[in-house]
Design a protein around this ligand. Structure first.
Ligand SMILES: Nc1ncnc2c1ncn2[C@@H]1O[C@H](COP(=O)(O)OP(=O)(O)OP(=O)(O)O)[C@@H](O)[C@H]1O
Ligand SMILES: [Mg+2]
Length: 187
């Protein structure tokens, strides 16, 4: 499940890329869009032989978030990397602590760049994350994500061997392994 009550942090993009990854490996994947506003390439679907479900959630206050979290096996929390993202990230960490403290959490530092705000954010995170179940992966800011999305494609097929592709593969493979699947064959 991909969640953060903050909007525009990359939840839908990550849900799509994770689903594309399972599809490339011929693993039957269900895609659940709990965000009625859409914004994803995949639409809600559930094959009969589903082995894994990818759940995209809305960027708004969600009374059911705690319940969804308790039913998920891996929690993915994307965040932008500025001081303005910290308050809501702390809220998400608290919801995890109460409802899913035993589950792996993958934090995706999205829009990662070489500017001061990103390194300050990472420094803050290191000091405030005490969970042993937490993993951090980074996705760079890239127009290629936007262009691939507009073409209805995974960035992995759209822009071969670029930095954003390598970061995307690292992200999806980290999540896949935590969910009990093998990593995607290198492309
Ligand atoms: N790393 C990135 N580089 C460039 N553009 C990005 C990146 N991540 C996300 N975007 C773009 O930012 C916008 C918001 O991303 P997305 O829709 O995935 O966020 P969201 O968290 O699902 O938002 P919401 O809370 O509204 O559902 C999209 O247009 C997406 O293509
Ligand atoms: Mg979304």
């Amino acid at each position: 499940m991909i969640c953060n009550q903050k909007g525009g942090v990359g939840k839908s993009l990550i849900a799509d890329e994770l689903t594309f990854s399972f599809e490339r490996s011929n693993i039957p994947v269900a895609f659940l869009d709990l965000d009625n506003q859409g914004g994803t390439i995949h639409k809600t679907s559930q094959p009969d032989n589903t082995l894994v479900s990818v759940i995209d959630t809305p960027g708004a206050l969600q009374p059911q978030l705690a319940e969804w979290m308790r039913e998920s096996s891996v929690i993915v929390i994307p965040t932008r990397t500025t001081s303005r993202d910290i308050d809501l990230l702390i809220r998400m960490q608290q919801i995890v602590k109460v409802n899913a403290s035993d589950k792996p959490v993958v934090y995706v530092f999205n829009g990662w760049n070489r500017w001061r705000a990103s390194s300050d954010f990472e420094e803050w995170f290191k000091q405030h994350n005490v969970s042993r179940n937490a993993y951090v992966v980074k996705l760079p800011q890239s127009e290629q994500f936007v262009q691939a999305g507009a073409a209805g494609m995974s960035i992995v097929k759209y822009a071969k061997r670029s930095n954003p592709v390598l970061a995307t593969l690292n992200m999806v493979n980290t999540i896949r392994v935590l969910a009990g699947f093998s990593p995607e064959d290198s492309v």
